[in-house]
Design a protein around this ligand. Structure first.
Ligand code: SAM
Length: 423
């Protein structure tokens, strides 16, 4: 695939801008003495072409009595459109915020030297105001707003290639969007397409377009950036994880653990959270003496993991257990315990399985940064995500103040801790 160019739609993909758009639309309706339309309904009518959106909203407001056939209405409509654009440009970031993990995703893409592109039908002034207010403008190598957007993706790529002296083709691009039209446009161009279901677009229509990948938020692509950078996708397991939204450890995180295993002569690993066996297989492949036990609560994933382990011929050394790790009783001992399951339960996993640690062994935990949100809670506005972030912070405090274990923290992958029993 060798994806090098990451193209993002703005509204509903990077920013949750529905409320501010609806607010501006209702301000325009009020100014011209039309009934307001409920926020939710306006959000469902948002589309690339703001005039079409306003016409649909006016039809809702007037119960289909607004027609552009009269001269008066045509003039009135023009004024409403102008008022809306002007109002929105002056108030584009009152409630608008970034979707969870976006800032970190942009940071990681920048570090990995990917070309980051914004491709939006929004007017330039509002676009720039939003990017600057949310402090993400500098991450974008190219910002294509309304006028350039209308020229299309082919001319966008020409422009990128000219400015960067590169030879990217459409197959090197990945397009993120939250509407069926975004996916259609991306596919017609020949790019890989990612549907963001948690955006403003209609989810069913979006998925009906058969995007290559579908995530609730664009930031979930973060784990797969390295896999997408390869010329040919090297691993069927990664491909499956991407297609089925199975969370797997990031390469940087797993490489860190693999290095630890090699340099500390680790011979046995217990993993809490197998998913489909990606990390368990990687650990087992370090050496023929390595034994891995891994616990997975989800039956489908457990079965897929079993199949993957068998396909690699590792069933004699990788034991997958289908169970809730919080309830399972395990009497074996391990050199390394890797906790990579439900983040809210990390402390419980830690306290339960510390008894299964060999002398000199370590407990390693992943996802302690949670897309940068643990360090900066303002990166999410979602109530349940905030709650989870607070639990991770509590777990970090638990590690820092633990009288039995000493913990080192590493900013590798999504944030890793290594805890060793005090002597
Ligand atoms: N370690 C895997 C890898 O990198 O390939 C990824 C694991 S994934 C992040 C977390 C997994 O933990 C999910 O598949 C989830 O079903 C599983 N899980 C969550 N709670 C669990 C529990 N109480 N017991 C066992 N597995 C659990």
């Amino acid at each position: 695939m060798a994806i090098e160019v990451y193209v993002f739609d703005l509204d509903g993909t990077i920013v949750n801008s529905g409320e501010d758009i609806a607010f501006a639309v209702n301000a325009a309706l009020k100014e011209f003495s039309y009934w307001p339309v409920p926020e939710k309904e306006i959000i469902s009518l948002i589309q690339d072409d703001s005039e079409k959106m306003l016409l649909n909203v006016l039809n809702r407001s007037t119960k289909n009595h607004f027609s552009l056939e009269t001269d008066y209405n045509q003039k009135q409509f023009k004024k409403i459109c102008e008022f809306y654009i002007d109002f929105y440009q002056n108030h584009p970031v009152i409630k608008t915020n970034l979707y969870a993990g976006i800032k970190n995703l942009l940071k990681v893409l920048k570090e990995k030297k990917k070309t980051i592109v914004l491709f939006t039908s929004k007017e330039e002034a509002a676009t720039l105001k939003i990017l600057e207010n949310l402090d993400i403008a500098d991450y974008f190598d190219f910002i294509f707003s309304k006028d350039s957007f209308n020229l299309g993706l082919d001319s966008l790529l020409d422009c990128i290639n000219k400015k960067k002296s590169s030879n990217y083709e459409s197959k090197n691009c990945i397009i993120f969007g939250d509407t069926a039209l975004d996916i259609k446009r991306g596919r017609a161009f020949g790019a890989t397409t990612v549907a963001c279901r948690g955006g403003l677009g209609n989810s069913a229509e979006l998925l009906a377009e058969n995007p290559d990948f579908s995530f609730s938020v664009a930031s979930e692509i973060e784990k797969f950036i390295d896999a997408l950078s390869m010329e040919e996708n090297s691993s069927k397991i990664i491909e499956f994880a991407m297609k089925n939204e199975v969370p797997i450890i990031q390469d940087e995180g797993s490489n860190f653990i693999l290095d630890y295993i090699k340099s500390h002569n680790v011979k046995s690993v217990l993993e809490i959270g197998t998913a489909i066996g990606y990390s368990a297989i990687r650990f087992a492949q370090v050496s023929p003496e390595m034994r891995v036990t891994s616990i997975e609560i989800d039956e489908e994933r457990y079965k897929t993991a079993q199949a993957n382990v068998q396909e690699k011929g590792l069933e004699s050394r990788v034991k997958i257990i289908f169970a809730d790790a919080l309830e399972y009783e395990l009497n074996d001992f391990f050199d390394l315990i890797f906790i990579d399951a439900a983040k809210a339960q990390y402390q419980k996993f830690f306290e339960k399985y510390k008894h299964n640690l060999n002398e000199g062994g370590v407990i390693i935990c992943d996802n302690l940064s949670f897309h940068g949100m643990v360090e900066d809670l303002s990166l999410t506005h979602n109530y349940s995500t905030k709650k989870l972030v607070k639990k991770i912070r509590k777990f970090i405090d638990f590690l820092k103040t633990n009288s039995e274990f000493i913990t080192d923290f590493y900013s590798k992958g999504d944030g890793i801790s290594v805890s060793k029993r005090k002597k």
